[in-house]
Design a protein around this ligand. Structure first.
Ligand code: ACO
Length: 344
């Protein structure tokens, strides 16, 4: 029997504190008009002092488990995509594992910046399709606000905090991942980096004084790379799946900038209405962004069984990722599991 990996649960969490463009006007030499027209962002969420990547991921994960009617104890694996882990060690995935009580799950972090959630979806699907595991949690979370230089108007206006999660499980239902493309170009790493605090530049008074612990980005070059890589990866993923643009019902992209999304959508010849956008409300939440977007699409009832979803993302590394997924009949899979929990 062919095994597929269907998303059967989803959830997201965004901190309560909203930081609007108007708020930023009072902190920096910038304007609501500049930010909106250049990025499409109106506001972003900022983690409270007692919130971290793992606490936000744990809430999103629990919401995804609740949606799937699944207990954390039944998870086989937790993949946490993040560039802003609570600590270098232990992995944030282990903190989430402990917090939700997933005592039978392996756990590890994945760092491909903004493509992390799509890389995680692809990886989880491989574990399930191979027969190694039946139930995998993918969670993406970021606390980017702690790594931003709030005096640098070229970066701090772009990013926000939050987390998104999905539960994938084995099914015979013809659904789940149809194709994917993952790519990287390490030579572009210096275009988008947090250079301090690692083995190459351990934290010291000098690295702190130089601001090496802050996110640094060459926005213009990233912009061009983003459109080029996402257009190419999306085209390849569709071809691999044997589909065309007309077969795509919803595009779930990494939410970095509306102009990047517009340019990508136009180059791919997809209708703008098919592209899900929430960057206006959250800014760029990096590894969380695709997870939050997917969770919101599902909550809004936009995804029907049999729908083809196209994921596209780019990010630090540099990396890119695209995947085509067929949305499952979630209610039927959950009902079948609840009827006979040990059959797969
Ligand atoms: N407010 C007002 N003016 C500003 C601001 C600001 N917040 N930021 C920059 N400016 C000024 C610049 O100083 C510059 O002024 P100058 O012409 O006098 O020199 C002018 O605005 C234009 O600056 P550009 O950088 O050319 O503006 P651009 O149109 O390229 O927009 C932006 C900048 C929004 C960053 C864009 O390049 C972009 O979105 N790039 C992609 C970034 C991105 O998505 N990064 C995330 C990567 S994903 C990940 O892995 C984390």
């Amino acid at each position: 029997m062919p095994r597929h990996a269907a998303v059967t649960g989803w959830g997201h969490y965004a901190p309560e504190k909203v930081l609007t463009n108007r708020d930023l006007e009072g902190m920096l030499d910038t304007s609501d008009e500049w930010i909106r027209t250049r990025t499409g962002i109106c506001e972003r969420r900022i983690a409270a002092h007692d919130e971290t990547t793992s606490t936000m991921c744990a809430i999103a994960a629990q919401r995804a488990l609740d949606k799937a009617h699944m207990a954390a104890i039944d998870l086989d694996l937790i993949i946490c995509a993040t560039t802003t882990p609570d600590t270098l060690m232990p992995a944030t995935a282990c903190l989430v594992q402990d917090s939700i009580g997933a005592a039978n799950a392996g756990a590890f972090d994945l760092n491909t910046a903004c493509t992390g959630f799509v890389y995680g979806l692809v990886m989880a699907s491989q574990f399930i399709q191979s027969g190694a595991y039946d139930r995998v949690l993918v969670v993406g979370g970021e606390t980017l606000s702690r790594f931003l230089n709030w005096q640098d108007r070229t970066t701090c206006i772009l990013f926000g905090d939050g987390a998104g999660a999905v539960v994938l499980e084995a099914t015979e239902d013809e659904s789940g991942l149809l194709s994917f493309v993952l790519g990287s170009q390490g030579s572009g790493g210096p275009l988008l980096t947090i250079a301090g605090g690692g083995a190459a530049k351990p934290a010291s008074p000098e690295t702190v004084a130089a601001g090496d612990h802050y996110l640094y980005m060459r926005g213009n070059e990233i912009f061009k790379f983003a459109v080029r890589s996402m257009v190419q990866a999306a085209g390849e993923a569709l071809t691999k799946a044997g589909l065309t643009q007309e077969d795509v019902r919803v595009v779930v992209p990494h939410q970095a900038n509306v102009r990047i999304l517009r340019a990508t959508q136009e180059a791919l010849g997809l209708p703008w209405e098919s592209v899900f956008v929430n960057v206006d409300r959250y800014g760029n939440t990096s590894a969380a962004s695709v997870g939050i977007a997917l969770s919101e699409c599902a909550d809004l009832g936009m995804l029907r069984p049999g729908d083809n979803l196209l994921f596209i993302a780019f990010g630090g590394g540099l990396t890119w990722a695209s995947a085509v997924m067929r949305w499952a009949d979630v209610d039927a899979i959950v009902a079948a599991r609840e009827e006979s929990p040990n059959v797969i």
